[in-house]
Design a protein around this ligand. Structure first.
Ligand SMILES: *Cc1c(COP(=O)(O)O)cnc(C)c1O
Length: 427
């Protein structure tokens, strides 16, 4: 067997051992037999290694990594990061409840998002979160009102839309003038002056987040420069001091030959820029999501039928767009690997599709596979934006999840039952 079949790019903890696909020291086939399919399996070591790479990049600095939990908000995953001392980036009151349940330190929680409700603001003030990343002038006034009514001061950072040129950086999708996120770069100074004068608010930082699955360093570094320009302009007004600089998340992972910069190398470059401009002593915050979990996870699924056709052959599996929404939503690529190889059988070119009644329900197109009904496949790179986006469409139960550490497996979510799904509905 060629060595290239034994491991997969970006996923050193997913490997074929004696022909059988494993996550860390455990065979996926054994886990699938025990827990059924579709089944998400995560490598704890991959997550800790990814976090360690960020921390290496920030060694010796005052820096806080806040895991952006919308990438994967399962409690068992959050506990791994909470125990490692991570902060968290949340975007809803529900996510706040999750991180607190996982044992997060509220002071290390930052609250992003363009549409925070008053109730969510009250909940976050009561919990004592570290920072509200506000995204509009209207939100600033509402948060001030809510904080005053609660007898508190809300710590805030204003999310800046750096408007990094799309022509040079086509992957950026949230940091452009046409996006709904953040406050326009040229409004920033006025917005900070306004916020600093409000008695219910305490200005503590500045933030930006330019997009997701970014595979080049330049957009980040451009955004950093644009934010630092603003820090200088904002602090030229007396009384405003930005204690932390938050550069968001968005670092990509290797799905299929993608070559994102390594976290440690990227953050060293960023720190060099900060040092050069005299900001090296500031507290740095970052909000990575995908790059802390994406390649930690696989989704195991069973082949239900193979269906030859005149134009296309279909491999119909028991996972679907409700479990793995990224192909349907973004035409995203996930590598698909059989758990056991049928080495002597010819491959057939298939579209791998789920049972959901939508033509958009596909997991992979034009994949060469030697498979039969009953075989198990692993959809790789399924740690981020899969389970957290899963739905009950077609009244399908959400999958079970297992966390693997070495030769130890922990069921962190049981498979949903039909009773779970019907519980909130009235007769
Ligand atoms: C989604 C999001 C992140 C995380 O993005 P990744 O691409 O998963 O790293 C960080 N910050 C904010 C504000 C976000 O919306």
């Amino acid at each position: 067997m060629s060595p290239s079949l034994n491991t997969f790019p970006g996923q050193p903890h997913v490997a074929r051992k004696e022909g059988s696909l494993c996550v860390e020291d455990l065979e996926l086939e054994t886990l699938a037999r025990q827990h059924g399919t579709p089944l998400f399996v995560y490598s704890q070591q991959w997550m800790l290694d990814a976090l360690a790479a960020y921390r290496r990049g920030f060694a010796g600095r005052d820096a806080l990594v806040c895991y952006a939990i919308k990438a994967n908000s399962s409690l068992g995953i959050l506990r791994v990061f909470a125990e490692a001392g991570c902060g968290f980036d949340i975007v809803s009151g529900g996510e706040l409840a999750r991180v607190l349940a996982a044992g997060a330190d509220a002071a290390k929680v930052i609250f992003s998002g363009v549409g925070k409700t008053r109730a969510e603001m009250r909940q976050a003030l009561a919990a004592g979160i570290g920072c509200f990343n506000v995204e509009s002038e209207a939100e600033i006034d509402v948060l001030n009102e809510v904080a005053l009514a609660e007898g508190r001061r809300a710590p805030i950072s204003v999310r800046i839309n750096p408007n990094v040129d799309p022509k040079t950086h086509p992957y950026i999708s949230t940091g452009l003038k046409g996006n709904k996120f953040g406050v326009a770069h040229d409004r920033a100074v006025a917005v900070y002056r306004h916020a600093a004068a409000l008695p219910g608010l305490q200005v503590v930082g500045i933030d930006c987040h330019i997009g997701s699955q970014i595979t080049e360093a330049d957009p980040y570094l451009d955004a950093v420069e644009r934010v630092l320009d603003l820090v200088q302009a904002i602090e030229a007004h007396d009384g405003i001091r930005l204690h932390h600089l938050d550069f968001g998340g968005g670092l990509g992972i290797d799905y299929n030959g993608d070559t994102p910069p390594a976290a440690d190398a990227l953050w060293q470059q960023l720190l060099a820029r900060l040092d050069a401009r005299g900001f090296g002593e500031r507290r740095i915050v970052i909000e990575p999501g995908r790059s802390l979990v994406g390649n930690a996870g696989v989704c195991v699924t069973e082949v239900l039928y193979t269906k030859p056709g005149e134009e296309k052959n279909f491999c119909i599996v028991d996972a679907a767009m409700n479990d793995l929404p990224r192909p349907a939503m973004y035409q995203a690529f996930h590598r698909i690997e059989p758990l056991a190889l049928r080495a002597d059988e010819p491959t057939v070119r298939y579209d791998v599709v789920g049972p959901v009644c939508e033509s958009g329900d596909w997991l992979g197109r034009d994949r060469d596979l030697a498979v039969q009904a009953g075989d198990l496949l692993a959809v790789l790179s399924a740690g981020a934006y899969c389970m957290s986006m899963a739905s009950n469409y077609n009244t399908r139960a959400r999958a079970a999840e297992v966390l693997v550490s070495g030769d130890k497996a922990t069921l962190i979510r049981r498979r949903e039952s039909i009773e779970d799904q019907l519980r909130t509905e009235l007769p």
